[in-house]
Ligand binder design. Sequence first.
Ligand code: AFP
Length: 332
Amino acid sequence: MIHEPISLTSHILKEDAFPPEATGEFSHIMMNLGIAGKMIARDLRHAGIIDVLGSTGETNIQGEEVQKLDERANEIFIKVFKANEIVKTMVSEEMEQPHVFSDAQRSGKYALYLDPLDGSSNIDVDAPLGSIFSLHRLSEESSGHQEQDLLKAGSEQVGGGYFLYGTSTVFVYTCGKGVHEFTLEPELGEFFLTTRNIQMPSRGKIYSVNEGNYQKWSRGMQQYIDDIKQTDSATHRPYGLRYTGCLVADVHRILLKGGVYLYPGEMNKPEGKLRLMYEAAPLSFVIEQAGGIGSTGVEPINSIQPKMLHQRVPLVIGSRENVEQVQECMRT
Ligand code: AFP
């Protein structure tokens, strides 16, 4: 039995979910994201049965091996937004250049930034995956082709969120008025509102990090990790470690339970691994709307002015008090 049968569509159509200057275009985009998420969830359910597991043999702009499902998820987003003519440009982890849908008549004023399938190394082992999106408004004059027009700070996002393909498929998004979670009812083929206005704990005792990289971190980062593993019941230490290798799944856990996710810079790779515009920025938008912080460890993620579309950034994200403590260690 669905507890509160409010569908994604009806939620989006409610006036209060719109930004003030809404023309309907924004809600149309959100609904189409919902369609793309359902199509990807369906493909993932059949992944072991149809021939979509494994690599394409190509590498993407990040130099990473492209999985067949990465490519398929990217194509799904392109198809859905091509059919609906509401987004001018799509920037994706899987494409070096922006995909511009525009033709002469096209009036779309939004740019969509995507990690179509996050956590690709989980594909072949039936572990969780995600899709991350960020939405920006383009200036009237922009053709959507110029990289310069697309380099937007996270603070300018008009929407951001993710799909998590786990035990169920959830869609979490914000348009700057709280964070809402929808769960896919697979038999009805519809997302229903499952949590309205999520507020995360101000502190948690989970940390999520690839600790195999410990030797590559700064002393400040190593000290923080050493510290949270000490035993002290008053401060709930040691913290518990949880890491799935899917950013969306790990951040979703932190959103619901509290704690901190870290993908720090390394001594020889200070920019870290994660991408600013379609991973760190939208997740920081969600987490901050829920009362947490998204930071590089020294500055807010969403105050960074990107210099490149596929720019990487260190990420420390989660409950307010946990992130502040990491920032303190980084400063000292
Ligand atoms: P992609 O599958 O989109 O390339 O993302 C994978 C990822 O960026 C992120 O989901 C994980 O948190 C992170 O990589 C895991 O990386 P490590 O294997 O280095 O821990």
